[in-house]
Write a protein that binds this ligand. Structure first.
Ligand SMILES: NC(=O)c1ccc[n+]([C@@H]2O[C@H](COP(=O)([O-])OP(=O)(O)OC[C@H]3O[C@@H](n4cnc5c(N)ncnc54)[C@H](O)[C@@H]3O)[C@@H](O)[C@H]2O)c1
Ligand SMILES: [Zn+2]
Length: 384
């Protein structure tokens, strides 16, 4: 068929809409035999569905009886339980290609089909890697996420993205795949290190700064309680942060990030680079805290944000316990990091800045000289 004459072209426009819905539950002790949180989620109990539990090595080590408790829970509730899989902790899980292969292998071996369940329990990195495997095996197996870090519960585990790293490039391979459900069990956080409890607070500060001045004021007021991980303040911080992330995904009009604007990535262009430069020695949340501080100072130097408000943001981060003047900042190449972030966005450079506390806006250009000044200023800030 010749296309010389445009009138001979035929176009079929395909269009359909999908409605996604999943629950994000906040609970405690959900493997107690009498607890119905998990069981109420599973909608095909009459068929004795299969559930493959995949555990973060760090969670398994900190909770040596967890795998057995999951098996007992499944037996008690008529779910076909399979031997739990343990995967490497943290970023190793996203860097090691054999992890994905091992999960595919287990899916094949145990005949996990699209009506079976994968239950992942772990930090944001393990949830990301297992989420990628679950989304791609059989083109998508039902995934119940049970994030076990603060950052997992208030951000990484509640959204629609997953990824693994590739050739040292962060989140290079991944998909958009909403989970079947998310269960945030606060008891899982009991064994978490102080460092990992703190890291998750950065994402709450981030989302408060771009969207919700009242939440920022609450975080500021409870900053010393948060630094001590006091239960009430921490749980409020987690629920509110998760809610704001979920609201953004549901209402921004771009849940699968087809455009370039990525407000939830406030502070992340440099954070991604800092993680890479330290070979992931620095936690994602720690890098985000530094990235937030940098872009807040830049917003202020550009005249968008008052110096008082900039100081308030820095004080909050320092009082919660973040180290903002990390030695790796010496190695940050602003031009290169911005170029890589542009590639990560897949279009125009789009960086979120602050016009006020609780109000983010997008710019398509960064003044590298002023960003350098912001970096110099950041390096002089003391940690607590
Ligand atoms: N998909 C998304 O939308 C999204 C969003 C934000 C971040 N992320 C990703 O999340 C990752 C960071 O996640 P993170 O901050 O949770 O860190 P992490 O997953 O690296 O976990 C940190 C450490 O805590 C340990 N751990 C986890 N839970 C524990 C528990 N209950 N008790 C004891 N130890 C425990 C882990 O074994 C690991 O050693 C990054 O890879 C980042 O890219 C993804
Ligand atoms: Zn983040």
């Amino acid at each position: 068929m010749s296309l010389e004459n445009n009138s001979s072209m035929q176009v079929i426009t395909q269009e359909f809409t999908l409605n996604y819905q999943y629950s994000v539950l906040f609970t405690r002790n959900c493997f107690d035999l009498q607890d119905n949180t998990l069981i109420n989620l599973i909608d095909n109990l009459t068929e004795s569905p299969k559930l493959l539990a995949i555990l973060d090595e760090g969670v398994d080590q900190a909770n040596p009886d967890l795998a057995v408790r999951i098996e007992q829970y499944c037996e008690h509730h008529n779910i076909e339980s399979l031997p739990s899989m343990i995967v490497p902790a943290g970023e190793d899980c996203k860097n090691d290609e054999t992890v994905i292969d091992d999960i595919y292998h287990a899916v094949e071996k145990f005949q996990i089909d699209r009506h079976s369940y994968i239950l992942v329990i772990g930090g944001g990195a393990v949830v990301d890697a297992v989420g990628f495997a679950a989304a791609t095996a059989h083109r998508g197996i039902r995934l119940i996420r049970m994030p076990s870090t603060v950052l997992g519960q208030n951000d990484a585990g509640v959204g629609v993205k997953n990824a693994v790293n590739y050739h040292k490039r962060k989140n290079f391979v991944g998909t958009f795949a909403p989970p079947f459900a998310v269960v945030n069990d606060f008891d899982l956080l009991n064994t978490l290190s102080a460092r990992d409890k703190r890291a998750g607070i950065a994402e709450a500060v981030k989302v408060a700064l771009i969207k919700d001045p009242t939440f920022f004021a609450e975080l500021y007021q409870s900053r010393f309680a948060l630094a001590e991980f006091e239960e009430k303040a921490s749980q409020h911080m987690i629920i509110q942060c998760a809610q704001l992330h979920l609201d953004h995904i549901a209402t921004s009009g771009d849940p699968f990030e087809l455009g370039s604007a990525r407000p939830l990535d406030f502070g992340h262009w440099s954070a991604h680079k800092l993680e890479e430069l330290t070979a992931n020695e620095i936690r994602h949340g720690e890098a985000v805290a530094i990235g937030i501080a940098l872009d807040t100072i830049y917003s202020s130097l550009k005249g968008h944000l008052s110096v008082d408000k900039k100081d308030q943001v820095i004080n909050l981060l320092v009082d919660v316990g973040f180290v903002l003047n990390h030695a790796v900042l010496e190695k940050l190449n602003i031009v290169k990091a911005l170029a890589e972030f542009k590639e990560h966005l897949g279009g125009n450079l789009c960086i979120t800045l602050l016009s006020d506390i609780g109000s983010g806006f997008e710019v398509n250009e960064i003044d590298e000289k002023i960003m350098s000044q912001a970096l110099q200023q950041l390096m002089t800030i003391g940690s607590c």
